[in-house]
Write a protein that binds this ligand. Sequence first.
Ligand code: KIV
Ligand code: ZN
Length: 399
Amino acid sequence: MDRTEDLHEEKQVFIFDTTLRDGEQSPGASLKKHEKLQIAHQLAKLNVDIIEAGFPFSSPGDFESVQQIAAEVNGPIIAGLCRATPQDIEATWDAVKLAKRPRIHTFIATSDIHIAAKFKKTRDEILQIAADMVALAASKCHDVEFSAEDAGRTDRFFLYKVLEAVIDAGATTVNIPDTVGYTIPDEFGRLIRDIRLNVPNIDKAIISVHCHNDLGMATANSLMGVMNGARQVECTINGIGERAGNAAMEEVAMALKVRKAYFEGCHTNLNTAEFYATSQMVSELTGMPVQPNKAIVGRNAFAHESGIHQDGFLKGRDTYEIMHPQDVGLSKSSLPLGPRSGKAALKAKLMELNLEIPENVIPEFFEAFKRFADEQKFVNDEDIAALVKNFDSARSSAV
Ligand code: KIV
Ligand code: ZN
């Protein structure tokens, strides 16, 4: 069976979390060893398939941290990143080998821009190093991932040759990074499709995608990768990572869940109800706040403020919501009150707070609320209680 037919059967998309490696490369986001361990345990609860725990050769601290996660975190495969050099590969194997399911993830850049600027080598030399280093990694660990750094800007025919050679050398996953977030969804999707069609032994490896967000397309590119045959997505919680970050795991996974039919049944095995807790933990420990309008985990993601939306939501939640807040770990949606809120939400709030305003004076109370809200950005529960109290006393003194 060739890979094209085969794909119709394989619907599980493996989630490779790189929050602790690429995510931690966000400026200012560095984490202590115990914080990495705490996040790794939470990622296991979220049920990610692979945790990239760090880059062992990069520092003694990272080595120890990867080693500790490999020894203590059960469930996911534990991967360590390494350059395609013998010392890096040795160190990575030493760090991950205690895991029940270890993975060596080795990479080398394949684009001419990187080859010329960083290595001053020929393409053939890079091809040879990639194959030799994957063979070395495979001699230690049966699970080896190879990444062609800057694949998004690599000459197609050279990329096919490199992928074929590393698969022959023992790579079980081949990762296609759009390292600089340069590609456009349709273009990236075609790249994955063409790899499937032009790398003769591609059926022996899983295709992975690793997209950066420099043009704001990391999630879209990753999903186009899946549409075209990728079955591993590399991503981070809250989309943190180098420069503008990586594809956000919560966005990729919820897109697959909410639009499962569109993605022809492709799905993850994540426990998505852990997203909110994981997002909060990563934000607190890295010191990187989550923007309020961040998809899935931002504090406004399930908040409806305008009167029309609040009224529609109260009549039927699916008017303005495409997923349940519980699916991502929130207890409920919210209807914050502000200057654009309507009567329906105000009445719902009065009921929730057990406050009574007779139906015939609701329009008058609504006017008082609007005047107050115009002066405020946000009207909280205490403000509503005070408004009701003032309104009641004004009415009694008028009688
Ligand atoms: O962005 C990138 O190319 C990487 C690789 C090391 C996988 O992070
Ligand atoms: Zn990256």
